[in-house]
Design a protein around this ligand. Structure first.
Ligand SMILES: Nc1ncnc2c1ncn2[C@@H]1O[C@H](COP(=O)(O)OP(=O)(O)O)[C@@H](O)[C@H]1O
Ligand SMILES: [Mg+2]
Length: 260
């Protein structure tokens, strides 16, 4: 089976600091892959590299069998790779629907939005984008607030809107950086269900978090990062039983509890 995404020996230096070190992993189509590790482990940098936010120092990223290493984000969105950010990235003074529309145009060349005057082509694209966004608003329960300013939404809904912006670009792979950061238990459960529903649409998911319990109930496989490198990869059960993971990530207290 060919991987949807294949990352090989990815490296990223920031001056003297190696944020990501010799990182290799594959993601299969339709999979939910978790990326876990303590603060500073290189998780965000890893998805910044895959989503083109920053170029790698070396290494290779292949998507659907093609080399996409170093392509800028809008080119990658055009190929079906999109990501959300750790903090919410909605425009608070724009409506919920307008924010969603921004996502629908993400994969087009920069400046396209400004050229949307009145050509038949632009009108068609706008109608299509509106249909995509309205379907997503309905699907994730935000239709009632579509005309509200995004900034007036509760934080949990803003997170959902961040997901809608990403989904509106019609990705094949979505990468979520700490989608439950700052959320309470009930909202976190809701996000977990939403991520499963996203995968149910046939979209492959990479999700970053540092809570193993949250990840265990969500991910098919988990990639554990430590000091920029891959420490382990496998099912949640496999990595939880891995002595290197227990020692380095979960700590001695957990190791004691687990009887190791
Ligand atoms: N733009 C940057 N410039 C300098 N150092 C950075 C930059 N981004 C991340 N780092 C460093 O790289 C390491 C990994 O960070 P990051 O990828 O954000 O980790 P994580 O998301 O796992 O918490 C950290 O030591 C961080 O300080
Ligand atoms: Mg991070």
């Amino acid at each position: 089976m060919t991987a949807l995404l294949s990352v090989t020996s990815l490296h990223r230096q920031f001056g003297g600091l190696t944020a990501v070190r010799d990182l290799s992993f594959d993601v299969a189509e339709g999979e939910i892959l978790g990326v876990i590790g303590p603060n500073g482990a290189g998780k965000t940098t890893a998805i910044n590299l895959v989503s083109g936010v920053i170029p790698p120092t070396s290494g290779r990223v292949e998507f659907r069998g093609e080399d996409v290493t170093g392509l800028p984000p809008h080119r990658l969105v055009g190929r079906g790779i999109v990501r959300t950010f750790q903090s919410t990235t909605v425009y608070g003074d724009r409506t919920v629907r307008e924010n969603g529309m921004r996502g629908a145009y993400l994969g087009l060349y920069p400046g396209f939005f400004a050229t949307l005057f009145d050509t038949a082509h632009a009108r068609r694209m706008r109608a299509e984008a509106t249909a995509v966004v309205d379907e997503l608003l309905d699907w994730l329960g935000l239709t009632e607030v579509a005309e509200d300013k995004a900034g007036s939404l509760p934080y949990g809904h803003q997170k959902t809107l961040g997901m809608i912006i990403a989904l509106a670009s019609r990705p094949r792979l979505i990468m979520l950086d700490e989608p439950v950061a700052g959320l309470g238990g009930g909202d976190a459960d809701h996000v977990r269900d939403t991520i499963k529903r996203v995968r149910g649409r046939g979209i492959t998911v990479i999700v970053i978090d540092h809570n193993m319990r949250f990840m265990s109930g969500l991910c098919d496989r988990v990639l554990v990062m430590h000091q920029g490198a891959r420490l382990a990869v496998g099912t949640p059960q496999q990595v939880l039983a891995d002595p290197a993971v227990i020692e380095a990530y979960l700590g001695k207290r957990h190791a004691a509890l687990a009887g190791h």
